[in-house]
Design a protein around this ligand. Structure first.
Ligand SMILES: O=C(O)CCC(=O)C(=O)O
Length: 277
């Protein structure tokens, strides 16, 4: 018996490789979180600048609360089962006036997992529209397994390696338009990307990337995951992460640095270059 989604929504996710939109919270609640984020950017710029937007949920309580949000984890359970952990998170921010974009890619390509049946909730903290550069998905592309990617390291490409899948039929793309407070969910192997933000406002998305069934293992870097629900992994190599006690407490900052180093070791494994994020 699903906890929140209908059987039709669950089937849609498995068939299309994504599900959108889901109403997560009110617009005013999302704007309140945006304000907390922007206040944190003001207070701790070096911890949230464009090169330091991975795993901020490990140091900021308002992002940690999203990682454990009851509705999100119920929906994740409906999609991947009752025992799962969170591998990481990314703040995808496109400021007005920049050319930042996300090329067509599959998340799982460089994540080094033994299986790619994991899910990413992407939460809109500002309007995500055609003008601001919402995500677009190629329906059903998660069924074609991992396609070859070219690492471009293109300057305005937000992805670590600027990796891109070639020969995507863009006429098939579905745009995921979200109001603040809505979210989408996507599969680890779906082909997706996003265009630059042409508006005067920031486009802010928080991706909980990704919730992993505890049966999955990391085979490139260290298995450092935050247990979220159900029976935790009993594998001897599992390193359990802890939640922040307070915003920016010293132990949490130290833990995030170790996790981000591991993230980099995994995502740039075998790459010709390594960027600062
Ligand atoms: O925020 C974006 O535009 C892209 C995000 C993305 O690629 C992801 O969440 O996997």
């Amino acid at each position: 018996m699903p906890k929140f989604l209908s059987n039709a929504q669950i089937n849609e996710y498995h068939e299309q490789g994504f599900l959108s939109p889901i109403d997560l919270m009110s617009e005013s609640e999302a704007i309140e979180i945006r304000h907390k984020l922007e206040e944190a950017e003001r207070l701790y710029p070096e911890h949230l600048n464009a090169e330091n937007r991975n795993n901020a949920h490990l140091v900021f309580d308002f992002l940690d609360e999203l990682a454990f949000n009851q509705l999100i984890v119920d929906i994740v359970e409906d999609l991947i089962g009752p025992d799962f952990s969170l591998w990481g998170s990314v703040l995808f921010i496109k400021d007005p006036g920049t050319k930042h974009f996300v090329s067509w890619h599959q998340d799982a390509t460089y994540m080094g997992m033994t299986s790619n049946g994991f899910v990413t909730p992407w939460i809109a903290l500002s309007p995500s529209t055609l003008e601001t550069g919402c995500m677009s998905m190629i329906p059903g592309s998660h069924k074609s397994k991992i396609r070859p990617h070219d690492d471009t390291f293109a300057e305005d490409n937000i992805l670590t390696r600027g990796q891109v899948v070639k020969n995507v039929d863009e006429s098939e793309a579905v745009d995921l338009i979200l109001k603040p407070g809505q979210m989408s969910l996507h599969h680890g192997e779906i082909v997706h990307g996003s265009q630059p933000n042409l508006s005067q406002d920031r486009r802010i998305g928080f991706a909980l990337q990704s919730y992993m069934p505890n049966s999955i293992r990391q085979h490139i870097g260290k298995n450092m995951w935050l247990p979220v629900r159900g029976e935790a992994s009993k594998e001897p190599d599992q390193i359990e992460l802890i939640r922040p006690a307070n915003n920016m407490d010293a132990a949490a900052i130290a833990q995030r640095e170790v996790v981000n180093q591991n993230f980099g070791d995994i995502l740039y494994h075998g790459a010709s270059q390594r960027r600062n994020y």
